[in-house]
Design a protein around this ligand. Structure first.
Ligand SMILES: [Zn+2]
Length: 414
């Protein structure tokens, strides 16, 4: 059992785990967890969060963008704040830890301080973002964008599948669409988000916690391969210009390139074949590439390599390949002082601090535009998320909360 955890930390972890279970009851669909942005379940979850904050002596509220926010003052009123939090919206048929863990862990940190009447040099602000998963509307991260001062009012004109404008849903939720774009957070010294890992790296290495160094940047490409369609019976193998076998060789080359470099990931996730008939040699193939890395310059080098390899395969097989970039997002590098602080807190629990990149996007990368930001990962079973099978252990839950709490107590204004 948890050698590095105090009894108080273990008990706090158990309370957090029980609260995560209770919180999962706030769902829009009976029998499974679905809590979309500004839905009835989201409203009930926000109210429960506010009530729990009240029990800890915190005056929490829904802000104009639909986030739940609260502030625990430091030794002197108005001191700069360390902000903690994550999101409480979910995908459809979700697990109970993605987002919720970090939001409720933030509250649990303040509860630990409040229980001791402990005031720090800095204030602690907690936030439960409402809009991270981007399921209901075609925008996402509007809660963190509002606090970071990068809110786009266009989001308010988005409609959900039932024709409900975000503007109207936000008003009904208790937000204020007119002010959502004007609530850039003030006097925030840093932002830290605890989150389940969503990858199986920590599990594979037998570690409960990880410290995020960067959130991967991504490039998406659409590749068209033009060969020559022909009769599957009459065309000799040597005379074919098969677009599909060329694309297959390209996909293998992409995989091989990504495998050759740590932390680089590349995926061919969609492939379509024309004309798509049993007795016709494929004349055209269209496929996607999703390339991610924690370092933008390495992603750029990998992209150049992939392009070269695809062209080499095309040349050797007598087909033509066309590449078009469809998406590009830079990596977010976590603040090195926060990384060091989290590593120290994790190490103090007797857990080797493992630094790793995040393959998935998070509110942290948006908050990083406002202030120094970082993340703590908690091991999850099999790396499975966005799925009811999402699972963490009680001990890991406690380790994550204890590390976050120790980090907060030890935090010095950057
Ligand atoms: Zn999440």
């Amino acid at each position: 059992m948890a050698t590095g955890l105090s009894d108080v930390e273990l008990a706090a972890g158990a309370k957090l785990m029980a609260r995560l279970d209770a919180f999962a009851a706030f769902t829009d669909e009976p029998g499974r967890l679905t809590r979309l942005f500004l839905s009835d379940a989201h409203r009930r979850a926000a109210q429960a969060f506010i009530a729990w904050c009240g029990e800890a002596g915190l005056n929490a509220r829904v802000d104009p963008a639909g986030n739940v926010v609260a502030r625990y003052e430091g030794k002197s009123a108005g001191a700069p704040a360390l902000m903690l939090g994550s999101h409480i919206d979910t995908v459809r048929d979700a697990g109970r830890y993605d987002g919720n863990y970090g939001a409720l862990a933030a509250l649990a940190v303040v509860e630990a301080l409040a229980a001791e009447g402990e005031r720090l040099d800095h204030a602690v602000e907690i936030v439960a973002f409402g809009d991270e998963e981007g399921v209901r509307y075609r925008t996402t991260l509007t809660g963190s964008r509002a606090l970071a001062g990068t809110y786009s009012k266009d989001a308010l004109n988005q409609k959900d599948s039932g024709g409900v404008l975000m503007r109207d849903a936000l008003k009904a939720f208790g937000g204020d669409p007119e002010r959502a774009g004007a609530i850039r957070a003030q006097n925030v010294a840093a932002f830290v988000e605890a989150h389940i890992e969503q990858d199986p790296v920590l599990e594979a290495e037998g570690l409960p916690l990880g410290i995020v160094t960067a959130i991967n940047g991504a490039t998406r490409l659409e590749v068209g391969v033009d060969g020559m369609a022909g009769h599957a019976g009459a065309t000799p193998m040597a005379l074919r210009r098969d677009a599909l076998t060329a694309a297959a060789e390209m996909a293998l080359a992409i995989e091989a390139r990504a495998r050759a470099e740590p932390n680089l990931v590349a995926t061919v996730g969609r492939l379509e074949v024309w004309p798509g008939a049993t007795n016709v040699i494929p004349g055209h193939v269209q496929f996607s590439i999703d390339l991610r890395a924690p370092d933008d310059s390495r992603r750029a080098v990998a992209l150049a390599d992939l392009t070269q390899r695809i062209e080499a395969v095309a040349a050797s097989r007598g087909v033509r390949a066309t590449l078009a970039k469809t998406h590009e997002a830079d990596a977010f590098v976590c603040d090195s002082r926060i990384v060091a602080g989290l590593a120290k807190a994790v190490g103090s629990l007797g857990v080797p601090p493992r630094l790793l990149p995040s393959g998935a996007g998070h509110d942290t990368m948006i908050m990083g535009g406002l202030c120094p930001a970082g993340m703590l990962f908690v091991r999850c079973k099999g790396g499975v998320s966005h799925n009811p099978l999402e699972s963490i252990t009680l001990e890991d839950c406690a380790f994550g909360l204890a590390a976050l709490t120790r980090f907060v107590r030890d935090f010095h204004i950057l």
